[in-house]
Ligand binder design. Structure first.
Ligand SMILES: [Zn+2]
Ligand SMILES: [Zn+2]
Length: 431
């Protein structure tokens, strides 16, 4: 061991400093850049001026303690340079099939998979509210229902999030939900009964324009259930066949100043259900605002603890990011959740994966690269990015393939296909 440039007798840390970051007094807040070195996620640290240049002209070696102190106390201005993306190419069939939809169907605005179907069957929502079943291998389209699309004349868009119609399908395909992402309202309909509305959804108007409408279908004892937002800080489970509420509970009324038991200070966001319906993930946020993805188990919620989604023992809060939520999010099997974005706030977020164990809430690994919308078959992570599809090993972080020009919006659990409708054509690729 020797005396490093920071003055400490220690081993040199992997990260180096620009000379201007050495000898900064402890009580002095310092702004810095992270300069990725191109070796994995390794980075050096530079002051504002050196960081703007993009590289360290005269790096100095410092100890791990000095690196930790700067990261802890300093103000991260941003990342520079590129992380290393590990490549481990694996063979795959790049054929993307195309099946033209009849123009009479109208403009398809969303697609959802009928996961339990034999083979490749999908639901499409058109701009006028028609829901049609698509059977591309049987070359058949069946119009099932026309759903009233609820308008929200009072809606105020937040940031770059206009109101967006969104289609969800129960895995069996019998039920669908059409909701207003970044809005307040939606409908659950029974497609087996011509699209009769079984549940009128109202998520409340308290900051509902900041999140996609919280809703996911799940399966409990072979029966579909629908999990949905009923207030900014409340989720419920209902029977999509009857609209019956399965999670009835009342928050006790207390005095104005006092927080009643089970009060949850959390704006529910986009919901995901794990493939086996074991775990739910919620991409919501807390004041002021801080994104805080959370997970909990579905079964205990329905089997006794109606407060499981508020403060149940299986609820885990995974991480905190200032001004950042509604990024990529995807279950990898029932036990792992891939959370998009490496960093602490929206301005310094590096595209990539943080992989969490949902039972313990522990972060297992992280790696840079994947962006866009994510899908997984439990073995691979698929990222649909502006330039096409990228295939990743979520445990090692290796990219195993790319499929340029194909940007799916949806995955079919039964057939293993990824798909999108673009310009009236259903494009499919089988992993
Ligand atoms: Zn400097
Ligand atoms: Zn030191």
């Amino acid at each position: 061991m020797r005396t490093l440039d920071c003055g400490h007798v220690a081993l040199a840390a992997t990260s180096r400093f620009c000379p201007h970051l050495v000898d900064v007094p402890e009580d002095n807040e310092v702004a810095y850049h992270r300069l990725l070195t191109g070796h994995g996620m390794e980075f050096d640290l530079a002051c504002g001026e050196c960081g703007a240049a993009g590289r360290l002209s005269s790096p100095v070696e410092v100890c791990a303690g000095c690196v930790d102190r700067l990261i802890e106390d300093g103000d991260l201005l941003g990342w520079r340079g590129e992380p290393e993306i590990l490549e481990r190419p694996e063979p795959f069939d790049p054929t993307v099939s195309g099946w033209s939809l009849p123009p009479a169907l109208g403009e398809v605005i969303d697609l959802a998979a009928i996961d339990d179907a034999d083979g490749s069957r999908w639901l499409a929502l058109t701009a006028d509210g028609t829901i049609a079943a698509l059977d591309p291998d049987g070359d058949e389209i069946t119009v099932l229902a026309t759903v009233e699309l609820v308008d929200e004349p009072e809606h105020q868009p937040w940031g770059n999030h206009p109101l967006r119609r969104r289609l969800h399908a129960s895995p069996c395909g019998r039920f669908a939900a059409v909701v207003n992402d970044y809005g307040r309202y939606g409908r659950v309909v029974d497609l087996g009964r011509g699209g009769v509305v079984t549940l009128a959804l109202d998520g409340g108007n308290y900051h509902s324009n900041t999140v996609p409408f919280s809703l996911t279908f799940a399966v409990v004892d072979d029966r579909p259930v629908v999990v949905h937002r009923t207030r900014w800080n409340r989720l419920d489970v209902s029977d999509p066949a009857t609209g019956e509420l399965l999670t009835a509970r009342e928050i006790e009324k207390t005095s104005e100043q006092e927080r009643p038991p089970h009060h949850l200070d959390y704006f529910h966001g986009r919901l995901l259900c794990s493939p086996g319906s074991r775990t739910l993930a919620d991409d919501g946020w807390i004041w002021h605002p801080v994104g805080e993805p959370a997970v909990w188990q579905l079964r205990p919620w329905l089997d006794g603890n109606v407060w499981e989604s508020e403060d149940g023992p299986t609820r885990q809060r995974l991480c905190y990011r200032d001004y950042y939520w509604d990024g990529p999010l995807c279950f990898v099997g029932d036990d792992l959740l891939a959370v998009g974005g490496i960093g602490d706030n929206d301005e310094t977020m590096l595209p990539g994966v943080r992989l969490f164990d949902v039972a313990s809430g522990r972060e297992l690994t992280s790696f840079a690269g994947p962006a866009g919308a994510w899908f997984s078959d439990g073995r691979r992570l698929y990222s649909a990015q502006h330039d096409g599809l990228h295939i990743w090993d979520p445990l090692t972080g290796h990219r195993t393939g790319t499929l340029p020009g194909f940007t799916p919006t949806c995955r079919h659990r039964g057939s293993g296909e990824l798909a999108a409708v673009t310009d009236g054509v259903l494009h499919r690729w089988r992993a």
